[in-house]
Write a protein that binds this ligand. Structure first.
Ligand code: TMP
Length: 205
């Protein structure tokens, strides 16, 4: 079996940069790496992403939103993640079920138990071996996003929503310390990468 690593954090926490650095680090050591993102990573999941993040779909209900994320995830697990792990690859996924627990379960108020229960159908026993959570303040994250591109439906949410996301991540990191590693996102890119590389080395050995 391969190794399944997921990267979590509020919008603008620097996940993408860290995923690239981790990919280069592990490729340099000779590992076979598969990178994917959520929602997305397959033709069908990317199409679902377009629906979920469409800034004009402001009327989307919380249940619809949660089920669409779970549907995109089910397809990604079946088509990409599970086969890659069966072929001994290291899969690094930008967001996974913890994003739903935090954004839909906590920030939208649907409850994390319900979110994990529904997602059980989507992922089965394909759970990450390690989840890295980059902790950052809501203000810092969203102002970074504003500089980058046009904001999507989720990024356009209120500051209170983004604040609940930040607090939600902190909460689940305390609740599940055995599988979620919280890293302070205010450090330098190199420093954060060093901490992530050390955690991954530890789990590989
Ligand atoms: P991204 O900007 O990191 O690509 O993620 C897309 C947005 O979707 C981001 O605002 C987080 C949100 N999201 C959820 O609300 N629930 C989920 O399950 C996932 C995977 C993402």
């Amino acid at each position: 079996m391969g190794l399944f690593i997921t990267m979590e954090g509020p919008d603008g926490s620097g996940k993408s940069t860290q995923i690239e650095l981790l990919r280069d680090y592990l490729s340099g050591k000779g590992y076979d790496i598969i990178i994917c993102r959520e929602p997305g990573g397959t033709k069908i999941s990317e199409a679902i992403r377009q629906v979920i993040l469409n800034k004009d779909f402001t009327e989307m209900g919380n249940m619809t939103e949660m089920l669409l994320y779970a549907a995109a995830r089910a397809q990604l697990v079946e088509e990409v993640i599970r086969p890659a792990l069966e072929n001994d690859k290291i899969v690094i996924c930008d967001r996974f079920v913890e994003s739903s627990a935090v954004y839909q379960g906590i920030a939208r108020g649907m409850g994390i138990e319900l979110v994990y229960e529904i997602n059980q159908y989507a992922i089965g026993d394909t759970m990450p071996d390690l989840t890295i959570m980059i902790d950052i303040d809501a203000g810092t994250g969203i102002s970074r996003k504003k500089k980058q591109a046009e904001l999507d439906r989720m990024e356009r949410e209120t500051m209170e929503f983004h604040q609940r996301v930040v607090e939600g991540y902190r909460k689940i990191a305390v609740q599940y310390p055995e599988r979620i590693l919280k890293i302070d996102g205010s450090g330098s890119i190199e420093d954060i990468h060093g901490q992530i590389a050390a955690a991954v080395d530890k789990i590989i050995s």
